[in-house]
Ligand binder design. Structure first.
Ligand code: NDP
Ligand SMILES: C=C(/C=C/[C@@H](C)[C@H]1CC[C@H]2C3=CC=C4C[C@@H](O)CC[C@]4(C)[C@H]3CC[C@]12C)C(C)C
Length: 609
């Protein structure tokens, strides 16, 4: 199939299987294609050099500095003066990396070369898997497979050390594989009731495509993902094989509910297309939350919906927990659901509940525009806090859609304040705001051992998914145990779909829609240093507090998002996440031998208690 054909929605998917012996149907017609191909390879090589060669080179330099006795001094300086270090080195590097990625995407998309190369890339993954499995069988290589995405690149606190002892499969797949294919009429997708009659579309993307890339691509074309997790660098593969959530999940469910079709390479190197309604339907529900332990995702067909250019954002400050929780619940459970619902709790008694609706240009009230994404504008959560502190009971603003989606990106939720204190000061914003945010991956890469152990023992980055009906008690409990603010509250439909991390007990489900039975859940996001942890180090014991919280989750039908540290034992983990279907799928789809178990991959080896 030619690249052009696929750009026009060529017949991807719906096929059954291909194995590594399948010959590719890709055409590279003429000299232009060859030139484009070489150009593309060049950009790819440059990026690979940046990510793959620079790291070992960096390690070699570090070793040399250690031998020279300079390393300790240097890390001490970086630890003490992290803010200037980040501003001088990490911010410009982050910008350069992003620019390189954008240029690459632009070249690839303009030249239409990427879709043409997709088939080749899939074959390459199949070949790598076949070789790694054969090596493992012959006792010549590691037994377990994982992606070769370096651990420092992943949006988590963890460095993914299991990768060192696994066979790493390179999945260099960063491309949007064509234009949106509109689908019209009711029942055109598999989403919630609210949009069933609206026009929908779909788009094929590769797994390393990031949320920033997608919103840049879709929003100007009048489309959006129904659920667009807000950090620019999150990848489609990570969000689908892990968990993805955003403030529209109270309508649609989690990120994976908006998938039409997965293209997967299994542990026996076979390539299959997995849909809710084909012969692989049983695998469809097991892939989310499987953390790359059932197969490799090589592309996916995502549902897209029309979007409007602005979001009318309504702020409801609440000065008691009861009032805040009841407003939040009313917005999630009401018949007329807003497009977006979110709440930021600033203390035990104060929160601002927000509802957003997409609107057209002509509905925007000129005096109420707020382009919060501009580099010199205040960090979003600070702006929300100001509304709370102003004493107002209500505020309304109009925010450009892309600014809304990425509203917490610039300040990395509220984490940047710990890294660059004063980063929200107007002086800093006007001078350096255009360089912000630093890439999470580069922050990880430049984190010294001292910083790492401080973060591990005192800093929480956790998302707890719990039934919405218990929100008030949950917030009181977490305030007692951790006292971290702001808290991010994001509602979502939690479907009883039958896979790993789905509801333990069907009695939990009190509602039903087109997709199935669900319970309204809330993601409680805690990011920051626990109350008093930095000041009174001895009073805060991360491990014992987290054990209490995890037990609370178990008792209250909650889940922990696994990008975060877990302190659970294997037995507890198996209790929290229903593995029955997952084990069957591992057996049936050749994963048992090829991939490790979720717990073994994700449970972190803590360096401190
Ligand atoms: N708003 C949100 O929803 C947010 C979500 N997150 C979390 O961050 C994570 C995403 O971060 P990101 O850096 O993008 O992803 P990661 O690199 O962290 O990958 C997450 C998991 O997905 C697996 N995975 C990724 N790509 C593939 C693939 N092509 N085939 C098979 N498995 C794959 C990885 O497997 P392997 O171990 O083999 O590499 C890994 O286990 C998610 O787990 C999510 O929960 C974080 C912030 C916000
Ligand atoms: C899952 C959600 C959001 C999560 C983010 C807020 C956190 C995910 C990964 C976290 C971080 C990774 C590494 C870091 C390096 C450290 O030196 C500083 C802290 C941090 C930047 C840290 C900060 C929080 C995260 C970005 C929700 C939205 C579902």
């Amino acid at each position: 199939m030619s690249g052009k054909a696929r750009m026009n929605g060529g017949a991807r998917g719906h096929a059954t299987t291909t194995t590594t012996t399948t010959t590719t149907t890709t055409r590279h017609g003429g000299a232009t294609s060859s030139v484009l191909y070489v150009a593309l390879q060049w950009v790819t090589v440059v990026l690979q050099v940046m990510t793959q060669i620079m790291i070992p080179l960096g390690s070699a330099v570090i070793d040399l500095l250690r031998v020279m006795g300079v390393w300790e001094v240097l890390t001490d300086v970086i630890t003490r003066y992290r803010a200037p270090f980040v501003v001088i080195f990490v911010l410009p590097l982050s910008l350069m990396f992003d620019c390189a990625m954008q240029i690459r995407s632009y070249i690839i998309f303009k030249l239409y070369s990427a879709p043409e190369l997709h088939e080749e890339r899939v074959l390459d993954v199949q070949r790598q898997v076949a070789l790694a499995v054969a090596n493992a069988k012959a006792g010549k290589g590691p037994k377990r497979l994982c992606t070769a995405r370096p651990g420092w690149l992943s949006i988590s606190m963890d460095y993914r050390t299991y990768k060192q002892s696994s066979a790493q499969i390179s999945i260099s797949m960063y491309d949007i594989l064509g234009e949106v294919q509109p689908i019209t009429g009711p029942g055109s997708g598999s989403g919630g009731q609210e949009t069933a009659s609206a026009t929908r579309g779909s788009i094929w993307v590769e797994p390393m495509v990031s949320m920033g890339q997608i919103s840049h691509f879709l929003n100007p074309r009048g489309w959006t993902l129904p659920i667009l997790p807000e950090m620019d660098d999150l990848t489609v593969g990570g969000l689908l094989m892990g968990v993805g959530i955003e403030t529209s999940c109270h309508k649609y469910g989690l990120f994976s509910e908006m998938v039409e079709e997965y293209e997967v390479v299994l542990g026996n190197s076979e390539r299959i297309f997995v849909r809710r309604d084909n012969e692989y339907a049983d695998l469809f529900h097991a892939l989310p939350w499987s953390y790359g332990t059932l197969g490799f995702l090589v592309s996916v067909k995502l549902i897209v919906v029309p979007c409007k250019p602005w979001v009318r954002l309504r702020y409801h400050p609440a000065r008691s927990l009861e009032k805040g929780v009841s407003k939040f619940r009313a917005l999630c459970d009401g018949a007329e659901k807003p497009d977006f619902v979110e709440s930021l709790a600033f203390s035990r008694d104060t929160m601002v509940v927000m509802e957003g609706d997409m609107v057209d240009e002509d509905q925007v009230v000129p005096g109420a525009r707020n382009e919060i994404g501009r580099f010199y504008m205040p960090w979003f959560y600070k702006h929300v806090e100001e509304i709370l502190e102003s004493g107002a009971d209500f505020a309304e603003e109009f925010v450009p859609i892309r600014d809304y989606y990425h509203r917490h990106t610039k300040s990395i939720f509220w984490e940047l304040e710990h890294i660059i204190p004063g980063g929200n000061h107007p002086f800093f914003r006007y001078l350096f705001g255009w360089l912000v945010p630093p890439k999470v991956s580069f922050l990880k890469l430049t984190q010294t051992e001292g910083m790492q152990s401080t973060y591990e023992s005192m800093h929480v980055a956790q998302d707890f998914l719990l039934p919405l009906k218990g929100l008030q008690a949950q917030l009181e409990f977490l305030d007692d145990k951790m006292g971290i603010y702001p808290i991010w509250l994001c509602p979502h439909k939690h479907y009883n779909s039958g896979g790993t991390a789905f509801l333990r007990d069907p009695v939990d489900c009190n509602a039903e829609d087109e997709i199935g039975q669900y319970e309204m859940y809330v993601d409680i996001g805690l990011y920051g240093f626990a109350r008093g942890a930095l000041e009174k180090k001895k009073d805060f014991n991360m491990k014992s507090v987290m054990r209490e919280v995890e037990n609370y989750l178990l008792r209250n039908h909650g889940f922990q998002m696994m990008y975060a540290d877990t302190y659970q034992s294997r037995e507890e983990f198996l209790q929290m996440f229903n593995h029955e279907h997952y084990f069957k799928m591992r057996e049936k789809y050749h994963a048992t031998e090829a991939f490790g178990l979720i717990y073994d991959k994700m449970a972190r080896k803590h360096t401190s208690a």
